[in-house]
Design a binder for this molecule. Structure first.
Ligand code: PLP
Ligand code: CA
Length: 302
């Protein structure tokens, strides 16, 4: 993976950046919204970019909703975004399975929430698991053996607020007892910002449990893996050098853009502060940084 050696520059001339690319990929949380709250100036900024003929794409690592559910969220926030422009890591899991021709007679065991189930269903894959799975405590009588479905050919792990030990054991059995079983992670975010009061354990914590028990590395389909970038570029027939990736997080969004050979813009409206960006410990430098995307409306050449 590539990292930029030179320090990020403050964005001074937004028009120059806008004119230099055809497509903007926006991360969602911390860029477009924070939780359920729209970030100031976003509708006007998206309107400006559309009026300049730019293609807009939205990518989120949050796997709890499907593309359709995100479509509703955009609509509720008053944003004119179509489902085809939205690429969530839930969608990426189903798209990845399609891309490798995962057999329709095999099943997917899901550790995760509704978004993944909806996307698998839409793609025509058989699945089991999901949020309600194994809610009861396992009673360990002598000789107790947990059965598992031998038709499971992939385990998909995403963020799951109903995570439990049953799911870990079930997923582990699927992977350990079948060397051909795939281990797919929607994302490996260490922390997430469910509320702004603290940092919460992210999707990486659920993935980490299975990694610990199986000693297998997952195939990540969300940011920063190249899968979604390649998928988006192929889908719309765009050159990755003609994309600017805009995000609030260095180790997912900015790395995602850099891994794809795109231009990168860090916004400080989410989880990364200027001091984090400029810390000597930080090795990931975007091309540019600015406070928020609505700076596109005001940052003009002097
Ligand atoms: N995963 C979960 C569960 C989240 O709640 C969030 C943000 O709210 C994310 C991932 C990161 O989302 P994004 O990639 O849009 O920043
Ligand atoms: Ca984000």
């Amino acid at each position: 993976f590539v990292t930029r050696a030179s320090a990020a520059q403050p964005l001074k001339n937004a028009d120059e950046l806008i004119d230099s690319v055809e497509t903007f990929i926006f991360d969602c949380d911390g860029v477009i919204w924070k939780g359920d709250k729209l970030i100031d100036g976003v509708p006007e900024t998206l309107d400006l970019l559309r009026s300049k003929g730019k293609r807009l794409v939205f990518v989120t690592n949050n796997s709890t909703k499907s593309r359709k559910q995100y479509g509703k969220k955009f609509e509720t926030l008053g944003l004119n975004v179509s489902e085809e422009e939205i690429f969530a890591s839930s969608f990426a899991a189903a798209a990845y399975l399609k891309s490798i021709d995962f057999p329709k007679d095999k099943k997917v065991y899901v550790i995760g929430e509704d978004g993944i189930l909806k996307e698998l269903e839409l793609a025509g894959f058989q699945y089991l698991g999901g949020p309600e799975d194994g809610a009861k405590k396992i009673e360990l009588k002598p000789g107790f053996l947990m059965e598992h479905d031998k038709d499971v050919g992939a385990v998909v792990v995403g963020f799951d607020r109903y995570f439990n030990y049953y799911k870990v054991q079930y997923g582990t059995l699927c992977i350990r007892e079948n060397p051909g079983c795939l281990f797919i992670a929607t994302n490996r975010d260490a922390v997430t910002h469910l509320t702004d009061a603290q940092e919460w354990a992210g999707g990486g914590s659920m993935v980490g449990a299975l990694l610990g028990s199986t000693q297998r590395e997952p195939q990540v389909v969300g940011k920063p893996s190249t899968f979604m970038m390649d998928y988006v570029a192929n889908k719309f027939g765009i050159l990755k050098s003609q994309i600017c990736m805009v995000g609030d997080r260095l180790d997912t969004d900015i790395l995602f853009g850099q891994n794809g050979g795109c231009k990168t813009l860090l916004v400080l409206s989410g989880v990364t502060s200027l001091s984090m960006l400029q810390s000597p410990n930080n090795t990931i430098q975007p091309d540019f940084y600015t406070n928020k995307i609505s700076d596109f409306l005001s940052l003009k050449a002097a």
